[in-house]
Design a protein around this ligand. Structure first.
Ligand SMILES: [Zn+2]
Ligand SMILES: [Zn+2]
Ligand SMILES: [Zn+2]
Length: 174
């Protein structure tokens, strides 16, 4: 029986044109904020850009360090407010188990959040799974639970890492 190849999320495609991911994410962010009348300040945009540097999650302190290195006066409350704003707009997601953030590539569509988290390269990919979402919603309904959201974090090793022989502690960048 032929195995049906699932479409690999861009985040998990090694060597993909990541500049395109970043450009598209920033374009969508500007467009969405303009449409919603939300204020995308220069700092908020820079924070979004830094989070999009790769598909691996970035923590708030790492973001502050990067901003400081750029010579910006990035006080924690300012950075937290920027992160809050980006989350509210659906432009980034917080990965609870890592207490870190990733950029969302489809912020305009409402979606459940199911993440594949690679323990080796750190890549996080959002997957759209109607089956997972449906099963959780059905269980909640059965228990009379009024579900307002769901997050599923799936830990493991991504396909690219499985195919790459492990070489000491050297990790590959995305
Ligand atoms: Zn990318
Ligand atoms: Zn998303
Ligand atoms: Zn990996």
């Amino acid at each position: 029986m032929a195995k049906r190849a699932a479409k690999l999320p861009v985040a998990l495609q090694r060597g993909h044109d990541h500049k395109k991911c970043v450009a598209e994410a920033l374009r969508q962010a500007d467009e969405l904020c303009a449409k919603r009348g939300a204020r995308m300040t220069e700092l908020r945009r820079r924070v979004l850009n830094l989070i999009w540097e790769s598909h691996a999650p970035v923590g708030a302190y790492a973001i502050m360090d990067m901003l400081k290195r750029e010579g910006r006066n990035a006080m924690p409350p300012t950075v937290y407010r920027a992160l809050e704003f980006l989350q509210e707009q659906g432009l980034i997601h917080r990965i609870a188990s890592l207490n870190a953030f990733i950029g969302c590539s489809h912020p305009a569509d409402a979606h459940g959040t199911h993440y594949l988290i690679c323990r080796r390269c750190g890549t996080v990919a959002e997957i759209e799974s109607g089956a997972i979402g449906g099963a959780i919603a059905a269980s909640a309904r059965e228990l009379g639970f009024d579900m307002t959201g769901q997050t599923v974090e799936i830990a493991g090793i991504c396909r690219e890492c499985l195919q790459t022989p492990k070489r000491g502690s050297a990790s590959h960048a995305h």
